[in-house]
Structure formats: structure tokens, C-alpha cells
Design a protein. Structure first.
Length: 438
């Protein structure tokens, strides 16, 4: 059976609405055979192929003027091994669905980012990460993958089978082939004890290492134009679930973090001069402490649309880099209505992971949709250059391969795998030409 295909001059846009594409056709395969047929057909016609996950990247990484392959109908669990603690899924599975499939079997992902709308392959392909100095990003959980290559053949890889491909493909940027299935290492389900607390930024940075090393997952959001950091420390616990209560949860996660925050952002967009005053209202949240299942703690709803840039710098430089971002905002007179996010991960060995070979600290800056982001993001990027900063592949940045290639010690290993698997660049697009070179 052929996959569902839309050829009526389709348009595609990402979640943030800042990237649009006019593909030749949009395909919605539901089987691996259908994916193979799409790739073979494109190869025969000499056209490009691009897979899209759930469109949650801010860059044009998922855009194409060729064949767009939407895997939203290819997202089932294929196997769960409760003894080996692994799960194999079709690549288009959303993380939120994976979480819900794992939970009844007493399993969970060890860490997640702050949303779970992404697909497994989309999240891992761009080195998506959460926070936790002892935990690497999501791609480091991959133990095996199956790729559909440029000629339509399938290739299975792991540390024992095609190890060089496996090494590179975990963070493949969609440049090596269509990821068909992914096997992930999971852990027994666990609860997290959450403590959310606004604190003076200086106080937090003064004993940052103790906070980062003393908690399983520590992060902060510094609120520009104030002294305050909204801190969040999550620790594994054997305590039973002690939720905030449905009403309190709704108030915190929906009303405050989304509806009220969105209203403040809209007000700030209309009256930018009010932003510093609105920021004080944002920073005025109180302390909260509760226990919940890990996946419910990690990811929350995101209803306010924004544009984001995020840089990974060596952990040791993180506090200094954040202070410089603060000084830049204050000295430049920029009015910033979104908090600056500050997170940590362990190093990994994946060539194009932003944490490749180094303990990392992530600094993320955002602007509300419809607001100018370039002067802010470009200014922050200039600071990140001084720390050999590596931009998140799915978030806005202004670099290309000439600078990026020097920031990844194993860059050439990735390029060698790409040259072998996709010599004709069937899977490239404008973004990949820019960041990886033509
Ligand atoms: C509100 C919001 C919150 C976010 N929070 C975080 C966070 O906490 N931490 C973090 O690190 N990032 C975060 N991100 C960024 C996000 O995790 C990444 O951009 C991620 O890549 C999005 O996944 P996706 O499924 O939407 O993939 P897409 O954006 O659709 O695609 C990303 C890339 O993956 C490729 N791809 C997707 N599926 C396949 C496949 N089957 N085979 C080959 N290539 C494939 C695409 O071709 C493209 O190159 C956030 C983004 C948003 C919008």
C-alpha cells in the first residue's frame, strides 16, 4: 500500500511559526516499506527527502523544497525488554506517548527536556537535553537504530553492528538517512521531589557547583531586569506521590506559566517600556515543593509561542557567561520579557552532540513571538564565541560550518560517515548546507 501523499502545493510550518516550507509533496507513511518507497522514488527522480518530526525546532533544519516525510503516523512501540531495560519504537513516536507507554510497565526515560511534544528521532537528531550534571542528553540513551539510506536500503547499527555509523547517527541532524526505529535504554520508573524557589541570582551563582552537584536535576531561570532567579531542584525520591492538587497544578502550569505569562508577554510587546515592571511580577512567584512521577515533572505544557537560541559552553565557564549575558542586556538597553534558562548536562561521546567530550552548561535566550530577536541573539552569540559555544541544532543561531567545525573535535568523523551514507546529499537542505557544508 502506498503512503498518504499531499501534492496539492502543500505548505509546512514549524511550531513557532518562524519557518515555512513549500515541499514538492508531503508524505505520511505508516510502514517502513512506505518510507523505503518514498526514498527510492526520490532517488530515481533526483529530488531531495527531508523527514520532519513534530516541527519543534526553531531553525529551518526540517524545511525542504523536496519531499517532506511526516512520520506522525509512524509512532508505535515495537518492543519492550523489561529485563534489559530497553524499548524499541518507530521513530515518529512522540516523547509524551513514549512516557505514557513506559509508565504502566514500571519504566521511564532517565531524563527529558522541558516539553515532551517532540518525536524520539527529532529530539535525538538535534541533541535535545534536559538538566542534570550526571546525565547526558537524550541521544546518549540510544543503544540501536535502523536507518533507511539514500538508496532505500536499511542499515541496522549499534555499538557492535556498524559502530562507526552508530557513533555518528545518534545526533545525525537528519543528514544521514531516515531514522526508522530507535532502541533506547530506559530505567525503572521513579518519582521526583521538586523544590521551586525564587532566589537572588548572586546567591545562587555563589554556590552554583554545590547546587548543580548536590541535586539530580538543577536549573534556573534568571528574570532579566531583576535580581531574581527562579530555581528548580528535582531529586529522585522513594517518597510517594504528593501532587500539588489539580487546582494548584492548573494554576501553576497553565494559568501562571502560560495564560498569565502570555498576557504579560503580549502587554510587553505592545508597551515594551513596561517590560522591567512586568518582570518583577513574573519573579514574584512563591516557593513550591511536591512529589510527582518523573515524566510529569520534567515536561510541562508550552502554550506561549516564542523564538529561542541556546548555547552549550563548558560547565566551568557557565556562571561567568551568564553574568556577561546579564551585563549585555543591562548595558544594551534591550528589553527582554522572557527569563534566561540555565541548565547542565554530563559529557557524551557523540560527535555532533553539543555536550560532546565536555561537561556542559546551557544558556538559552528567548523572545516572545512577533518580537525582534536578532540584536539580542546576536549579542549573546558574540559572548558565547569566547567560550567555544556550541549552538543547539534546533534553535536559532547565526553560525555556519566554517566556525562550527572547529568546535567539535570529532567533526571529521561525522563528515566521513555522511560522505559514505549520503554522497549525493539526498537528505540535505539549506540549513544542513549551511551548518555542515555543501
Ligand atoms: C517549546 C519548546 C521547548 C523545547 N525544549 C527543549 C529542551 O528542553 N531541551 C532541548 O534540548 N531542546 C528543546 N527544544 C528543541 C527541540 O527539542 C528540538 O528542536 C527537537 O529537534 C524537536 O523535535 P521534533 O520532533 O519537533 O523534530 P523536528 O524539529 O521536526 O526535526 C528536527 C530534525 O530532526 C530530523 N528528524 C526528525 N525525525 C527524523 C527521522 N525519523 N529520521 C531522520 N531525521 C529526522 C529532521 O529532519 C530535522 O533535521 C524545545 C523546542 C520547543 C519548541
Amino acid at each position: 500500500m502506498r503512503s498518504r501523499t499531499d501534492v496539492s502545493w502543500p505548505t509546512w510550518s514549524n511550531w513557532a511559526g518562524n519557518q515555512t516550507a513549500r515541499p514538492l509533496a508531503v508524505h505520511r507513511p505508516e510502514t517502513e516499506e512506505q518510507i523505503v518507497a518514498i526514498v527510492k522514488d526520490a532517488a530515481a527522480r533526483g529530488t531531495r527527502v527531508k523527514v520532519v518530526g513534530s516541527g519543534h525546532s526553531f531553525t529551518d533544519i526540517a524545511c525542504t523544497d523536496g519531499h517532506l516525510v511526516d512520520l506522525s503516523g509512524y509512532g508505535r512501540v515495537l518492543a519492550i525488554d523489561p529485563n534489559g531495560l530497553t524499548v524499541t519504537v518507530q521513530a515518529g513516536m512522540r516523547l509524551e506517548h513514549l512516557n505514557r507507554a513506559l509508565d504502566p510497565r514500571g519504566l521511564a526515560m532517565p531524563n527529558l527536556g522541558d516539553i515532551a511534544y517532540q518525536t524520539v528521532a527529532g529530539a535525538t537528531s538535534t541533541a535535545t537535553h534536559g538538566t542534570g550534571a550526571r546525565l547526558p542528553g537524550l541521544a546518549a540513551q540510544i543503544v540501536a537504530m535502523r536507518l533507511i539510506l539514500a538508496d532505500g536500503s536499511a542499515l541496522d547499527c549499534s555499538t557492535v553492528e556498524e559502530p562507526e555509523v552508530f557513533h555518528a547517527a545518534r545526533v545525525g541532524l537528519g543528514a544521514l538517512g531516515v531514522v526508522s526505529t530507535v532502541t533506547l535504554q530506559v530505567v525503572p520508573a521513579f518519582n521526583l521531589h521538586v523544590v521551586e524557589e525564587p532566589l537572588p541570582l548572586g546567591e545562587v551563582l555563589a554556590d552554583l557547583d554545590a547546587r548543580v552537584d548536590g541535586n539530580d536535576h538543577f536549573e534556573l531561570f534568571w528574570v532579566p531586569h531583576t535580581d531574581l532567579a527562579l530555581t528548580k531542584a528535582n531529586n529522585r525520591t522513594t517518597e510517594p506521590i504528593d501532587r500539588r492538587g489539580r487546582a494548584k497544578e492548573w494554576v501553576d502550569d497553565r494559568l501562571m506559566e502560560n495564560y498569565a505569562f502570555g498576557a504579560l508577554c503580549r502587554l510587553g510587546r505592545r508597551r515594551p517600556g513596561w517590560i522591567p515592571h512586568l518582570a518583577r511580577a513574573l519573579a514574584a512567584s512563591g516557593r513550591a515543593s511536591y512529589v510527582d512521577e518523573s515524566y510529569r515533572v520534567f515536561a510541562s505544557p508550552r502554550l506561549v509561542r516564542f523564538y529561542e537560541m541556546e548555547y552549550a559552553v563548558p560547565r566551568a565557564a557557565g556562571a561567568e557567561a551568564l553574568q556577561r549575558v546579564r551585563r549585555f542586556i543591562e548595558d544594551s538597553g534591550l528589553l527582554v520579557s522572557f527569563p534566561v534558562e540555565f541548565r547542565f548536562t554530563a559529557p557524551d561521546d557523540i560527535p555532533l552532540s553539543t555536550a560532546s567530550g565536555r561537561e556542559s552548561c546551557y544558556i538559552a535566550v528567548h523572545v516572545f513571538e512577533g518580537m525582534e530577536h536578532r540584536p539580542y541573539f546576536e549579542g549573546v552569540e558574540r559572548i558565547m564565541h569566547d567560550y567555544e559555544g556550541r549552538p543547539h541544532w534546533g534553535k536559532l543561531h547565526f553560525q555556519d560550518w566554517s566556525t562550527l567545525s572547529r568546535r567539535y573535535p570529532e567533526w571529521d568523523r561525522f563528515v566521513a560517515v555522511r560522505d559514505r551514507l549520503d554522497p549525493d546529499r539526498r537528505f540535505t537542505n539549506a540549513y544542513l548546507d549551511r551548518v555542515l557544508g555543501p
